[in-house]
Design a binder for this molecule. Structure first.
Ligand code: DC
Length: 217
């Protein structure tokens, strides 16, 4: 039986950072499901598609998507740095409204990670992707704090300077869209444990979650 931890929450709530650390400590594979939505967007923008039609779905199905060292590879290439721009972030949220895109992502998850011990972050992992996960967490933080974290991430990973206000407004828009879409909206699963991360250090959050994992495993 595989062991699955679902970590949901809005952008910048600390999901990926914490999940990566917990994955190493608990011998789990870390997966950020948002990366798959970002890959769809990256491809859509790169090839200048104008809508999500059958042709687009056919083409993304032809991509060879694999997983290595916490990252998805597309046709054997790590395109991680191209996935974190504000443009791709917002566009991924736009595409994620589409049922066919969600179907594509969930099929990929099933294809690549079936029967594996995993910790996966996203928006609908505890509610839709793995409703029977062994443990579910829902991370939150204030919008301002999440914007600050995202600004830092953009600087560190892409050397991009971006105004805090611009990021704040974009995340606000993305939150609204992710929470209000019809299919698989961002919402806390009934049995998820809420962790408020605003004034907590990474170490503190990790300790809280690790204790719960130890009790469960
Ligand atoms: O986690 P992230 O910021 O990389 O996700 C980018 C977008 O992808 C997010 O704004 C909405 C979408 N997404 C989703 O709809 N469901 C998921 N499980 C993960 C991400």
């Amino acid at each position: 039986m595989s062991f699955i931890i679902a970590i949901d929450g809005p952008a910048g709530s600390g999901k990926s950072t914490i999940s990566k650390i917990l994955a190493k400590k608990n011998n789990l594979i870390f997966i950020s499901s948002g990366q798959l939505y970002r890959i769809c967007s990256w491809f859509y923008l790169k090839k200048q598609y104008e809508n999500v039609d059958d042709k687009f779905i056919n083409e993304i199905n032809k991509l060879n998507i694999t997983y290595e060292n916490d990252s998805f590879l597309v046709n054997n290439k790590n395109i991680g740095n191209e996935l974190i721009s504000n443009e791709v972030s917002m566009h991924a949220s736009n595409l994620a409204i589409n049922e066919k895109i969600r179907e594509f992502v969930n099929l990929k998850i099933n294809e690549i990670f079936k029967n594996k011990d995993i910790i996966m972050d996203g928006r609908d992992i505890g509610t839709k992707v793995f409703p029977n996960a062994n443990l579910k967490f829902f991370l939150t933080a204030s919008l301002l704090e999440r914007s600050r974290r995202r600004q830092k991430e953009l600087k560190q990973k892409n050397n991009t300077k971006c105004s805090l206000l611009k990021i704040y407004l974009e995340i606000k828009k993305r939150d609204k869209q992710d929470k209000n879409r019809e299919i698989a909206p961002l919402t806390k699963a009934k049995d998820a444990i809420v962790i408020k991360t605003t004034n907590k250090s990474i170490e503190d959050i990790e300790k809280i979650i690790q204790k719960i994992i130890d009790e469960k495993r």
